[in-house]
Every structure is written in C-alpha cells, then in structure tokens.
Design a protein around this ligand. Structure first.
Ligand code: ZN
Length: 307
C-alpha cells in the first residue's frame, strides 16, 4: 500500500477536509469520518464536499459480507483510467495451513528469464505480456504524434489518444500483476524455504532502460507476493545481498570475474562449468540457508529436508 501523501504536504495545505485528486496522486484517503456506508453495504456516500458524492459498490458477495461484519479503519478512493475504486482497510488475519514439501529454492531474477532456480529450471516471461507491452509502446507513439508543442488546449484527438494509452497501461499492469502473483504463489506452495536477491541493493548499480524498468516493476511485485504467501503459509522467505552472487563459484567459492554477456560460469579452480544464472541461484540459495540455519548438500539439491 502506498503511504499517505498528505503528511508531506502539510505546509502547503490551505483547507482541511476537502480531498481532491491531484494530477500525480490519484488517491484520497479517509480515516473514520467523511464517509458513510449504507446499511446494506450497497452504497458509500462521502459526506464532505468531495464532489463525487455517492458511489454504488460493485463487489462479490463475500467481500460485501466482510464489509458488513468488520470494523473499517480506513477508506481510500483510487482513480484509475477506467473508473473509481474504493479500498477498505480492515483488520484481517489470513492464516492457512501450509503444504510442506521438503524442497528449497534459490531464485536468480534475470532479463533473459524471469527467474532461474538452482536446478536450472527457468521461468520465462510469457509471450502475451510481451505483446501487450508492444501495444503500449504503439499507443505511446500515437499519442506523441497528436501532441502539438505549446498548444493550449490540446486537440480532442490528443485527449482521446491519452485516454486510450491510460487504459492500455492499466490493462498491462493488471496482466503483469496477475501473472506475478500466480508465479509467487506457485513458488511458495512447492517449497519450504525460498531465497531471493534483495533488489533494492541491486537497483542502484544497474542501468535504466525501458525493458529493464518493466521487469524491475514485476520483480518487485513478485518478491512482495513471495513474502505474503510465506506469511500466510508459515514458510521461510528470505532475501539476501546479491553482491558477487554471479561472480563467485557456487562449487568452491572462487571468484570468477565476468561481464554481463558471459552466459556460462567456468571455474578455473575446480573446473565447474554451469549456466551463469544457475550458478547465481545456487549462491543465493546457500546464502539464504545460512541465514535460516538449514544444511544444504549441493549434491542432493531440492531433496534436503528442512527438519
Ligand atoms: Zn569453482
């Protein structure tokens, strides 16, 4: 969840209790007052001067029952390209019995693959997401063709193109989100210990191309959902420092300098020769297991019990 932006803008705020959508901040948050749910939870009314007033709530039966029963701490209205959404913050405690498999996994997030594990299994970014992203770029081009520099207001066709681009962004981000949630769920469901690299550290040293930023976003989402599923199923999800994970030999620890284009790890010290990403995944896994305190015998990867 995004932190409240209002706090930082305290000095510039002139009126209180008059929420507005800012251009770059598309959400408004209420605490206990300023809103009212109808008794049957079909409508929400905003009782301050917020111009949007009364909303019908579209949601499934379970959600409506939850709303009916729970104490609502906060209400947030979010504007998306296709309409307004209302988010309710409730106290909920989702705990489910986990299915323990005795498997461990180390994940190396990459560009060529979405991730690769220590057993050389790769998960590839699906084609349909690549296609959607191509469409996004096309819409962006169409929009910039309609933009006339210095003209105010811009033409109707410009605004139509702008809205189309917004809808496209929304769809792509939803597809990506959906996919990364499913991947994360799958990874945590089939392993007891999940180790990944901490991207916050890595991001600082990498470049900033578009392709990169797209995968950055879904990696981050993916790791957040790993943490989430780890919590509800009581499994160990660990992040480790990614420093030298691709350089060090996972077999003997010898540091082998390599550039980004070197795809295979060849160790001059112990003659090991494996895929670069698999090597990194193995290093990530052993670092994580050190933190958790689980023994890992490299020969029997994936079969070590977690006792
Ligand atoms: Zn080696």
């Amino acid at each position: 969840m995004r932190p409240r932006d209002d706090e930082s803008r305290k000095g510039t705020r002139t009126k209180r209790g008059y929420p507005k959508f800012k251009k770059h901040c598309r959400s408004v948050e209420y605490k206990q007052s300023g809103w009212k749910l109808s008794d049957d939870c079909m409508f929400i009314t905003f009782t301050d001067k917020f111009k949007s007033g009364k909303f019908s709530l579209y949601c499934n039966k379970e959600t409506r029952e939850d709303l009916f029963r729970s104490k609502i701490n906060r209400v947030r209205i979010v504007r998306r390209a296709d309409g307004y959404y209302c988010q309710f913050c409730l106290d909920a405690n989702r705990k489910e019995p986990g299915n323990y498999t005795g498997n461990v996994i180390g994940i190396d997030l990459g560009l060529k693959y979405f991730y690769k594990d220590q057993n050389n299994n790769a998960v590839v970014y699906p084609q349909y997401l690549r296609k959607s992203e191509k469409k996004l770029k096309r819409r962006q081009r169409q929009l910039s063709k309609k933009f006339v520099k210095g003209k105010k207001p811009q033409s109707n066709n410009y605004h139509k193109a702008r809205k189309r681009l917004g809808l496209c962004h929304l769809k792509v981000s939803r597809q990506r989100k959906d996919w990364s949630i499913k991947q994360a769920r799958c990874v945590v469901a089939s392993n007891d210990v999940v180790v990944y690299e901490d991207l916050k550290i890595q991001n600082m040293v990498k470049n900033h191309h578009l392709a990169k930023s797209i995968s950055d976003a879904s990696w981050y989402q993916f790791t957040q959902w790993l943490e989430y599923y780890g919590k509800i199923w009581d499994k160990a999800v660990v992040s480790v420092n990614p420093k030298f994970t691709s350089q060090d030999c996972s077999n003997c620890g010898h540091r082998v300098k390599k550039t980004l284009s070197t795809r295979t790890h060849v160790c001059p010290s112990c003659n090991a020769e494996i895929c670069r990403d698999t090597n990194a995944a193995r290093n990530i896994l052993s670092r994580g297991l050190e933190i958790v305190g689980v023994e890992w015998n490299q020969g029997t990867v994936g079969h070590t019990g977690t006792s």
